[in-house]
Design a protein. Structure first.
Length: 238
């Protein structure tokens, strides 16, 4: 089967208008005869109810003493809410979909809670579900240790989830959707005349990421480079 991985960030899912665009992108690629694995982040930014930073603020205002293992249990809730919300919307639109956590999708990590490293991706269950459903929605940012503890992959971890899944599934492409027009020469919120780049090499984008550019997580680029899987960055509102 032809497999495409789509990753939708928090701002891509934070409003009903944005979620309508997400469904449009999914419909388009289904029409192109892909089976889709859709990786999602938690919805919104700090202050919005299910955003990762909002959950971190909740801990701070309630004792601020949660151990890292237990903190990962809480932080994983945001992606689960995103994934189940999108699943409900797709089913309503007549698109068959199912949800898998990072653990169910086969992400095995070390036990560095809050910034876990992926040790292996075992995608057999994802492949089985793709035979039954048009869309398999996977919670980004999450994994599980060999002993069964939930872990999170650190900031930008959903990008890493997407490229790691793309590599393990031998997907044709990983499309990362965001609220800007692709990869720009600078942050458009700071530089007015920032221009989109039509093509960037793995090395260039990895250097940009390591230097602090918030384009894609460095680990995600490294995985894509090792597996030679193409990655595109797309404005979700296009």
């Amino acid at each position: 089967m032809r497999i495409l991985v789509q990753k939708f960030g928090g701002t891509s899912l934070s409003t009903s208008q944005a979620r309508t665009h997400v469904i449009g992108h999914i419909r388009r690629e289904l029409a192109n005869q892909y089976r889709l694995v859709v990786v999602v982040s938690a919805m919104g930014r700090r202050g919005e109810p299910y955003a990762t930073d909002t959950l971190l603020d909740w801990i701070q205002h309630n004792g601020n003493a949660l151990p890292n293992r237990e903190k990962d249990l809480l932080l994983g809730c945001g992606e689960i809410i995103s994934a189940t919300t999108l699943c409900s919307l797709l089913q309503h639109e007549g698109i068959t979909a199912t949800v898998m956590t990072g653990a169910q999708a086969g992400f095995v990590t070390d036990d560095q809670f809050g910034n876990a490293r992926i040790k292996d991706v075992r995608p057999e269950r994802v492949l089985k579900e793709l035979e039954l459903y048009e869309v398999v929605i996977v919670t980004g940012f999450q994994g599980q240790t060999e002993t069964g503890d939930m872990t999170t992959l650190g900031r930008g971890g959903s990008d890493t989830s997407a490229t790691a899944l793309g590599a393990s599934l031998r997907a044709e492409m990983v499309d990362i959707y965001t609220d800007v027009n692709g990869i720009l020469t600078a942050d458009p919120r700071i530089v007015e005349d920032a221009r989109p780049l039509s093509y960037v090499s793995y090395t260039e984008i990895c250097n940009m990421a390591h230097q602090g550019a918030k384009v894609i997580h460095p680990r995600a680029v490294e995985i894509a480079m090792q597996s030679q899987i193409p990655v595109s960055k797309i404005n979700v509102l296009r």
